[in-house]
Design a protein around this ligand. Structure first.
Ligand code: ZN
Length: 80
């Protein structure tokens, strides 16, 4: 199992070139809803620093997904 991190423009139209979002997706098809990067807050700081909060949130999404997968993978039918 592996994960894909993405960050990109979430609006193709419009003139706001800073309309970026980050999200995490899994090879199993699971994907978390994109989390918009708050440019109002990032503003003066670099994306690396200002985007940390969103990156952390994505990591939490991923952890929750892994836990859900592990719970689902628990065998319910013992081998004889
Ligand atoms: Zn998955």
């Amino acid at each position: 199992m592996s994960t894909t991190w993405s960050a990109g423009r979430n609006r193709r139209d419009g003139n706001d070139r800073r309309a970026w979002a980050a999200w995490v997706a899994c090879t199993c098809g699971w994907a978390r809803e994109a989390r918009p990067l708050g440019w109002e807050q990032i503003g003066a700081t670099s994306l690396r620093e200002g985007g940390e909060e969103v990156a952390d949130a994505c990591l939490e999404d991923w952890d929750q997904h892994l836990q859900a997968v592990e719970r689902a993978a628990v065998p319910t039918c013992p081998r004889i």
